[in-house]
Design a protein around this ligand. Structure first.
Ligand code: OFO
Length: 172
């Protein structure tokens, strides 16, 4: 069983993961509306990933017999005017998520909650991959600049993404 305060913090993270899912669903809608069908698919898969991240936390809280609080999910706010700005906003969001996960790890370590600390390391590692994949796409988009054919090729490539539930790996 985990402490009440740790459970509160994990519930906050649970909400953030659902909020992330919602953000990416909004980005998927933006991409689709603007003719980037590959990006739309890519973001839709990112949405599914975030749901799996939320459900991994949900299951952990259940296993720890902790109180699960399903809070309101804030509506995503998209201020971007181009597809690259969408990916840049996504990267900025992931960096914020990494910061929160590091803070949660610190909290678990401080109270010697090894099980929660261990769980959080999975998320911390996952964040490195998430930041890297957003960063790579932004780099590619910068290389092609405003070249329509280049953007078309990137969009086509991103449309090949398939959902792999990384929370279900044997090691997890
Ligand atoms: Fe759950 O990793 Fe992105 O936000």
């Amino acid at each position: 069983m985990i402490s009440k305060s740790m459970a509160v913090s994990l519930n906050e993270q649970l909400n953030r993961e659902f909020h992330s899912a919602y953000i990416y669903l909004g980005m998927s809608a933006y991409a689709s509306k603007n003719g980037f069908n590959g990006c739309a698919r890519w973001f839709n898969i990112q949405y599914q990933e975030e749901i799996s991240h939320a459900m991994k936390l949900f299951k952990y809280l259940e296993d720890q017999d902790a109180q699960i609080v399903l809070d309101d999910i804030k509506a995503p706010k998209l201020k971007s005017n181009s597809i690259i700005e969408i990916f840049e906003a996504a990267l900025a969001h992931e960096r914020k998520m990494s910061g929160w996960l590091n803070e949660l790890s610190d909290e678990a370590m401080k109270i010697k909650d090894h099980a929660t600390y261990n769980l959080l390391q999975w998320y911390v590692t996952e964040q490195v991959e998430e930041e890297a994949s957003f960063g790579e796409i932004i780099d590619q988009m910068k290389i092609v600049g405003g070249n329509g054919y280049g953007l078309y090729a990137i969009d086509k490539e991103l449309g090949n993404r398939v959902f792999v539930d990384s929370t279900q790996d044997a090691a997890n």
